[in-house]
Design a protein around this ligand. Sequence first.
Ligand code: KIV
Length: 287
Amino acid sequence: MAKKSRLDFSQMVVEGQKIVYLTAYDYLTAKMVEKAGIDMILVGDSLGMVSLGYDTTLPVSMDDMIRHCQAVRRGAPNTFIVGDMPYMSYQVSDEEAVFNAGRFIREGGADAVKLEGGGPRMASRIKAINESGILVMGHIGLTPQSMAQQGGYKAQGRNSQAAINIVKEAKRLEEAGAFSILVEAVPTVVGKVITERAGIPILGIGAGPYTHGQLLIYADMIGLYENFTPKFVKKYASVNEIITNAFKEYAKDVREKNFPVDEEHTYKMEKEVIEEFLKLIKEEAIG
Ligand code: KIV
């Protein structure tokens, strides 16, 4: 299947087809995601928690992101990839934001970048990145890089004023030139109102069923990452259990001397060659 472009995503919106968006952080997962026909991959800074074992996404660096983006591109050469700009790679200035967005495209092989926040400062970053010729996705609602200000990983826009503010942020980012906006962890009605008023694809993660597409973190939806599961995650498998059980069985087999004993998993030598070999060992008096 050919890689989709922003025009394909706009066309999908016109035709009422949902855009399917999933994270991936490595080659193997990206390969499976592409094989499953997912429309768009996010190399999210959530890899800091899922793949690198941090408690938050804040320690993730540009170099971490580029390395993982490259691996995902190798695994999914025909899928549209969005590189997630990590903490402090865009907050300081428009210039730094453009420079780091460019690294995602040139070094990471991404098709677009995403950044968090809906205020005037982030609108300025989006405008600058867009004017440099790079597709940029906004991200509003729950924005994990601002977790301290938001009081933890909590749903946003749950009172009328907060909800209005998020709707205004969506408009601001669209006007700044975002090609798409991701809305995270807001009440369904807020996701619906944003989507109805948008002229660009609105993707949701915990924003209800009305957005133009849906994102999930792959390790959540396959039941691999068990430290914390947000309310909006639907689990499609229990991969952590399957893998842990396989590791346990392997350990048992080795300890009970049941592996590797069968012909299927060992290399053979002809009988005469073995005899010759053992004779030579004796003659050479090795060991
Ligand atoms: O890093 C990520 O995976 C994200 C999602 C949580 C939206 O930004």
